[in-house]
Each structure stands twice: as structure tokens, then as C-alpha cells.
Ligand binder design. Structure first.
Ligand code: IYR
Length: 221
């Protein structure tokens, strides 16, 4: 079998002080990130969204198969249809399907079935996970860890959006099958998450929550 093509890895070692300073700066930035549910309608240039999506596309993926498609929605009519369908699912969720235990967990966030972010935010990014690929000859090729890969890509995207000075929400209306229908995606693609992106509304509020401390999230052995 052929040897895989390998090239030298251009890796720059940093001074420990520089490493600590960079970690501290990124830490300060990331600790200011909040999920935003109330967006201003101000436009965001497509060029900025392109930059964020390229960063998301730099995420590692199972066997480097990059099992993802982002649909970047700015068309008001498409956003309206997505909101209408999402709110129908969410009403059923909040009124019938959600167990009391789940509703209790969501209570501190103040969420409900009204999803203004889906029409107010200038961009609604919908990530589709490729369950498999369809090759040129029509046969199927397997993907590996496509859910984990998409989750990592979402993390990269959220960090990029925040670092750029924009706000986002990870929104998972459930079930999400309506998204593939509205956005006309092929059957190998399954909606993974909906991410409205834009500026927070001027009067936006966020829940008063705390993040776990290092001691609460790490065990050293
Ligand atoms: N999908 C619903 C409910 C919901 C679920 C979780 I887990 C959240 O962190 C937030 C909301 C909704 O979008 O309202």
C-alpha cells in the first residue's frame, strides 16, 4: 500500500511566560462569552460569517472526513419559515413532551416556545451532520465519529464568533427534521444544531449563572 503523504509540522514553541499570558488573555475572553437569546436586527456582513465558518472548518474530525455542511441563512423568508416550524415543535415540547424534570432544569434559563432569535438574528447557521457520504458512483462511504466531529466544529465556531465580537446561541429544536426539508438537504445529512448569530439586542439580559471552578471539573491523578 502507498505511504501517506507527510510534511513537516511547522510548530513554534513559546516561552512559558508567553504561554501563560496567552492562556490568561484567551481565558478572559472566553469567560465573557454568553449564550444570547435576544438579538438586534442589525446586519452582519457575510464576510465576517465566512471567516467564522472557515475557523469552524478547521476543527479536527474523525479520519479527517469533515462530515459537515453549514447552511448560512440570511433570507428573511427562509428564517421566517424556520422560526414557524421550530416554534410548532417547541410548543409541543413545552406543553406536552417535556418531562417536568426537564422543564425544571430549563426554568433558570427562562426559555419558552417563542423563538424570536430565529428571525431577529441576521444570520441563522444550521449545521448538518453527514451520516454518510455519497460517492461519485452513487455508493455510500461511512463516516466516523460524525457527531463528535460536529460538536467540536460547533465549539470552534462559538469561540470564533465570540472572539470576533458577535453573539450566538446553540439552539436545538427537537425534532429537527423540518430543517432538512426547508433547506432541501440530501438524505445523508441530518440537522445537528441551529446557531443564530448577530449582535445582542440593546436590552438583552442573560441568566445569572456561575461556571464550575477548576476544582469542580478536574481530577488530577
Ligand atoms: N429545545 C428547547 C428546550 C431547550 C433545551 C435545552 I437542553 C436548553 O439548554 C434550552 C432549551 C428550546 O430551544 O427552548
Amino acid at each position: 500500500s502507498m505511504e501517506p503523504a507527510m510534511i513537516p509540522h511547522e510548530f513554534e514553541r513559546l516561552d512559558p511566560e508567553v504561554m501563560a499570558a496567552r492562556a490568561a488573555e484567551l481565558g478572559r475572553v472566553m469567560q465573557r462569552r454568553r449564550s444570547v437569546r435576544s438579538f438586534a436586527t442589525d446586519p452582519v456582513p457575510r464576510e465576517l460569517i465566512e471567516k467564522a465558518l472557515l475557523i469552524a472548518g478547521s476543527a479536527p474530525s474523525g479520519a479527517h472526513l469533515q462530515p459537515w455542511t453549514w447552511v448560512a441563512v440570511s433570507d428573511p423568508e427562509l428564517k421566517r419559515r424556520i422560526r414557524e416550524a421550530a416554534e410548532a415543535e417547541e410548543r409541543d415540547f413545552y406543553e406536552h413532551r417535556a418531562p417536568d424534570e426537564w422543564l425544571a432544569a430549563l426554568a433558570p434559563l427562562g426559555t419558552d416556545a417563542v423563538k424570536t432569535h430565529l428571525t431577529d438574528a441576521p444570520w441563522v447557521l444550521v449545521l448538518f451532520r453527514h451520516r454518510w457520504e455519497v460517492l461519485a458512483d452513487g455508493t455510500r462511504r461511512k463516516n466516523y465519529y460524525s457527531s463528535e466531529s460536529c460538536g467540536i466544529a460547533v465549539g470552534f465556531l462559538l469561540a470564533a464568533i465570540h472572539q470576533m465580537g458577535l453573539a450566538a446561541l446553540t439552539h436545538t429544536p427537537s425534532p429537527m427534521a423540518f430543517l432538512a426539508a426547508i433547506l432541501e438537504r440530501p438524505s445523508n445529512e441530518q440537522a445537528y444544531v441551529v446557531i443564530p448569530v448577530g449582535y445582542p439586542a440593546r436590552d438583552a439580559v442573560v441568566p445569572d449563572i456561575q461556571r464550575k471552578s477548576l476544582e469542580q471539573i478536574v481530577v488530577w491523578r
